[in-house]
Ligand binder design. Structure first.
Ligand SMILES: [Fe+2]
Ligand SMILES: [Fe+2]
Length: 238
């Protein structure tokens, strides 16, 4: 499920990516005036942008070459939490409600629905643990690096030696989340034999969830991770 390799919602093309400044400005504006632009607009731009293989490098290079690099780092961390983390929780709760209502429907094949409930529970637990790590450890550290870099001060003592090890755990979690999501999708496809409004709702929500996760993981793994490591190493070199 790589944004550069997904044929699901957008097709790969080989035109030059749009100006990275437009993308960054949208992200900056989203955080400055919450929702003035709206996550939909940003997500569409991001999907279009990320569908080009070289986009991550272009976006990163642009932010690192600007004099307000710290603001881009901070904005990206805030945007991911404000937009994508909130979306994931809302979406997973909606899907959970649908799965609960399906399990109350006697006409469904019970073992499949029970398995679906278990997979959702597993996915929720992994996501919850993953977000706690991000929101209480990783993202505060990213914001701390952004302000250290902006103020051109040397790095005080922190609990981190380097962000690298913790980031490896995040990427491993992402693989497990993708795996859980795949199991849910396969099961949902089987249940779709009996198409009801509830099943339709679930598969639509699942598709939106996957599309959003695609952007979310791409931003974290391909942009925020390398961005943070680069800023950390620039600070440590001072
Ligand atoms: Fe995240
Ligand atoms: Fe993550």
């Amino acid at each position: 499920m790589d944004a550069t390799d997904s044929g699901s919602t957008h097709s790969r093309n080989h035109e030059l990516p749009p100006d990275p400044k437009i993308i960054w400005n949208q992200i900056l504006a989203f955080n400055e005036s919450a929702n003035e632009i709206g996550r939909e607009v940003i997500c569409i731009s991001l999907l279009e942008f990320l569908s080009k293989a070289e986009s991550a490098e272009i976006l990163l290079h642009f932010a690192l070459s600007e004099k307000n690099t710290h603001a881009y780092l901070q904005a990206l961390a805030d945007y991911i939490v404000e937009s994508h983390h909130k979306f994931v929780f809302d979406s997973i709760n909606k899907m959970d409600e649908i799965v609960q209502s399906l399990s109350a429907d006697e006409s469904f094949h019970k073992p499949e629905i029970l398995r679906l409930k278990d997979y959702f529970k597993e996915l929720k637990n992994v996501l919850k643990e993953h977000f706690i790590l991000e929101e209480t450890v990783i993202f505060p550290y990213v914001r701390f690096l952004a302000s250290t870099y902006r103020n051109k001060v040397t790095m005080p003592e922190t609990s981190f030696r380097s962000i690298s090890n913790t980031w490896r755990k995040m990427v491993a979690d992402d693989l497990s989340i993708k795996d859980d999501l795949k199991k849910i999708q396969e099961l949902c496809d089987r249940i779709k034999r009996k198409m009801t409004p509830e099943i339709l709702k679930l598969s639509k929500e699942l598709q939106e969830f996957e599309d959003d996760l695609l952007i979310h993981m791409y931003l974290e793994d391909r942009i925020l991770g390398p961005f943070t490591r680069e800023i950390e190493s620039r600070i440590l070199k001072n």
